[in-house]
Design a protein around this ligand. Structure first.
Ligand SMILES: NC(=O)C1=CN([C@@H]2O[C@H](COP(=O)(O)OP(=O)(O)OC[C@H]3O[C@@H](n4cnc5c(N)ncnc54)[C@H](OP(=O)(O)O)[C@@H]3O)[C@@H](O)[C@H]2O)C=CC1
Ligand SMILES: O=C(O)[C@@H]1CCC=N1
Length: 290
């Protein structure tokens, strides 16, 4: 873990402190819905407290099936609604168009944006000089197994920070960074990271199928291997992954034969390094597009 990323220690998911006070989720696509699933499954928010704004009818229906209220535009929200927290889960390219309509709630609400690359200075221009946090979650938050990295602007007080952590903690680990540019790094590692792992599973499964294992068994084995290895890596933090790798690798054995390819000229290290750097650069450049 980079030195600047400090885990926030909550031993168990805590209930969202503002239970009974409205929480507004703007955008309920892939990541918004993953967050919503995690909050509700952990009981960090009650369905009757959550309001979703999402233009797609299909996605609104999906959210409503979890018991929350959903509408298609901000203007359809009840006039008296006073959200305590607003989570902006829309595309970076559309946030400048969408967010200013939510500035009207600044009197009661703090804001959390999960948009990749959209810096707090830009968000402050859209919403005002108020408490704004950037959070970079990932899709495993839907199962409470995600990682979220958070940066808070200087207007964010301790109470707001705690409230936001209590909510996000429902999705898994929450880590604060005190330099905003580290959100770009976190985006490239944990935000996009599940896609790298899914690609690895796809590649392993494809090769398993070509070896004659059959499509279903190939995919089962690839999924189970990644899940099992991840569980082992998480089960004992005193064991570095390199040590776990060594335990699989018999001298002159099969694993050694494979690792010789993956480690030659640091092939995998370089490839992954290039990929992560490209994601981080893309995150940093998105701020210029808003
Ligand atoms: N996907 C991921 O794993 C992660 C994504 N993020 C960030 O989350 C954000 C959302 O990404 P993702 O969920 O993948 O994208 P999606 O396109 O799946 O979700 C965005 C949703 O916002 C909706 N939307 C569009 N206009 C409005 C509006 N005016 N009001 C409310 N909702 C609106 C879109 O509807 P429609 O499609 O009809 O336009 C869509 O359903 C991005 O900023 C991304 O950077 C962060 C971490 C991980
Ligand atoms: O691909 C993206 O831009 C978003 C941000 C992190 C994961 N998905």
């Amino acid at each position: 873990m980079p030195a600047d990323i400090h885990p926030v220690c909550f031993s168990a998911p805590e209930r969202f402190e503002t239970m009974g006070q409205p929480l507004l989720l703007v955008g309920c696509g892939n990541m918004g819905f993953s967050l919503l699933q995690g909050w509700l499954a952990a009981g960090a928010a009650a369905p009757e407290d959550v309001y979703v704004v999402e233009p797609s009818e299909m996605l609104r229906d999906r959210a409503c099936q979890l018991g929350v209220a959903a509408c298609s535009t901000v203007d359809e929200l009840a006039p008296g609604l006073q959200p305590r927290l607003i989570v902006l889960a829309v595309k970076p390219q559309s946030i400048a168009e969408i967010a200013p309509a939510y500035a009207r709630f600044a009197g009661t609400a703090a804001y959390v944006s999960i948009a990749a690359g959209v810096i707090t200075t830009s968000l402050e221009k859209m919403l005002g000089d108020i408490a704004i946090l950037r959070a970079m979650p990932n899709t495993p938050t839907s199962l409470g197994k995600g990682s979220t990295v958070v940066f808070a602007n200087s207007r964010t007080d301790g109470g707001t920070r705690e409230r936001v952590v209590a909510l996000l903690r429902a999705g898994g680990s929450v880590h604060f960074v005190d330099r905003e540019e580290l959100i770009d790094a976190a985006t490239a590692i944990s935000g996009s990271g599940p896609a790298y792992v899914f690609l690895f599973i796809e590649c392993l499964a494809r090769r398993a199928a070509t070896l004659g294992l059959g499509e279903k068994l190939a995919l089962d084995l690839a999924r189970e291997t990644v899940a099992g290895a991840a569980a082992l890596a998480m089960s004992d933090s005193s064991q570095h992954p390199a040590h776990l790798r060594e335990k699989v690798t018999s001298p002159n054995g099969t694993t050694a034969a494979a690792l010789e390819i993956l480690l030659a000229d640091d092939a995998l290290d370089h490839l992954l390094g290039h990929a992560v750097d490209a994601a981080r650069r893309r995150s940093a450049s998105l701020s210029g597009e808003v």
